[in-house]
Design a protein around this ligand. Structure first.
Ligand code: ADP
Ligand code: MG
Length: 270
């Protein structure tokens, strides 16, 4: 079953700019779809549309079969957890309080935390290795630490759809691996549907089941890593020379930017 389904979605900002045009895209349960594309391609706009923050002018978004336009904010928050590309750190709140905010859609009017709420928060804090920071003010943390808090909050929400907009961009390599593995496990074990916007082509090739390639608001390719992440296609979309290799450890593709004076990459895969 498709957990996320977009049919013919178009978005125009008030400025008149067409940010998404006729997007057809679906993500199944238990699947990670990486969204790649140059700056300004419409990746964050796509995430905003799927999260219900931005209604499309045309087309429809369905979440677990239900049109998004028929769900209220609370119902959306029960279904969709989002780590946005940018957010202001909430001054005056501790890490644990921020992660607990992920439980809000499950709580009543008085926001009383149940035993299950507490457990979900502690599990997310431990999974994101935030135990030693849990009592600290979130505004005092580094960019990478704040990203781990945002991911913990999203996981504590226990929603079946997870949207990550460059959520691992500021992590050091160890935390990048730990949190990417964590997302992978959650997707597999809990059957989440995950759409992640990435700039790191190598991370996309390692962790995604499918790739959606955006350019200038259009979905120019959608499919497996082998189908989409080719020398020719990436060069056309990013307007950059990339060496496309195959890692002997796991046969995954890897990508190296090539300095322009070196000319076209010698290794081409199609
Ligand atoms: P990406 O995340 O791929 O870098 P965005 O989705 O943020 O790109 O933006 C897509 C296009 O829409 C860009 O040209 C950007 O300038 C424009 N855009 C983004 N947000 C707004 C906004 N609030 N108002 C007007 N234009 C916007
Ligand atoms: Mg963006």
């Amino acid at each position: 079953m498709n957990a996320i389904e977009l049919s013919r979605v178009s978005v125009r900002y008030a400025s008149g700019r067409l940010a998404l045009e006729d997007i057809e895209l679906s993500v199944r349960k238990g699947e990670i779809c990486a969204v790649l594309g140059p700056n300004g391609a419409g990746k964050s706009t796509l995430v905003k549309v799927i999260s219900g923050a931005l209604p499309p002018q045309r087309g429809e978004v369905r979440i677990l079969g239900e049109p998004l336009s028929r769900l209220d904010r609370r119902e959306i928050a029960k279904r969709i957890a989002l780590v946005p590309q940018t957010s202001e750190p909430a001054v005056g709140f501790s890490v644990r309080e921020i992660v607990m905010m992920g439980r809000a859609p499950h709580q009543g009017a008085w926001m009383r935390a149940s035993k299950h709420d507490e457990e979900a928060v502690e599990r997310a804090i431990a999974a994101c290795e935030l135990e030693s920071l849990a009592g600290r003010g979130v505004a005092e943390l580094s960019g990478g630490e704040q990203q781990r808090v945002a991911i913990a909050r999203a996981l504590a929400q226990e929603a079946p759809v997870l949207l990550l907009d460059e959520a691992t961009a500021h992590l050091d390599v160890r935390h990048f691996i730990a949190l990417s593995e964590l997302v992978c496990r959650e997707v597999q074990e809990r059957g989440l549907a995950c759409l992640m916007v990435l700039h790191d082509l190598n991370a996309a090739a390692q962790y995604a089941d499918r790739i959606a390639l955006l350019k200038a608001g259009r979905l120019v390719a959608h499919g497996s890593i082998e189908e989409v992440m080719t020398y020719r296609r990436l060069k056309e979309v990013f307007e950059a020379e990339l060496y496309v290799g195959v890692n002997e450890l796991d046969n995954a593709r890897y990508f190296l930017p090539v300095r322009p004076q070196l000319g076209p990459s010698p290794r081409r895969d199609g």
